[in-house]
Ligand binder design. Structure first.
Ligand SMILES: [Cu+2]
Length: 125
């Protein structure tokens, strides 16, 4: 008889794979999914703030609060998004994704209000 080789089994080294995970698991966070809420006050005839600075590409929830005596809304140009036209003391919310770079203009669509000063912009930078 001839013996051509000896095989060794070193499978014991694999046992480590069965051990419980030794590390601490970090809390899972959705950085890119964060939504920042910004309160915008509408009154005659302006938005406060009229300039909203946000992180590029972030989700922005705009909470429109009417502190004026007339009804107002907030329309985001180019996005086709408009809040409800709300009366004094009411609120409405809309959520928009900020541009990666640049700005979104917004204004009140109630006739004459934009011209009177109800306009602003969301600036991503
Ligand atoms: Cu208005």
């Amino acid at each position: 008889m001839k013996v051509f080789g000896v095989f060794s089994c070193l499978a014991t080294l694999m046992a480590g794979a069965l051990a419980a995970s030794p590390g601490t698991v970090s809390a899972h966070q959705h950085q890119s999914g964060d939504t920042r809420t910004i309160e915008v006050v509408a009154k005659e005839f302006a938005f406060e703030p009229a300039r909203i600075e946000v992180a590029p590409g972030s989700r922005v929830e705009i909470k429109l609060v009417n502190e004026g005596s007339l009804s107002h809304n907030l329309h985001i140009a180019g996005e086709g998004m408009t809040t409800e036209t709300i009366q004094t003391g009411h609120t409405d919310v809309l959520t928009v994704t900020a541009p990666e770079n640049g700005k979104l203009a917004f204004f009140c669509k109630v006739p004459g209000h934009k011209q009177a000063g109800m306009a602003g912009e969301i600036v991503a930078h």
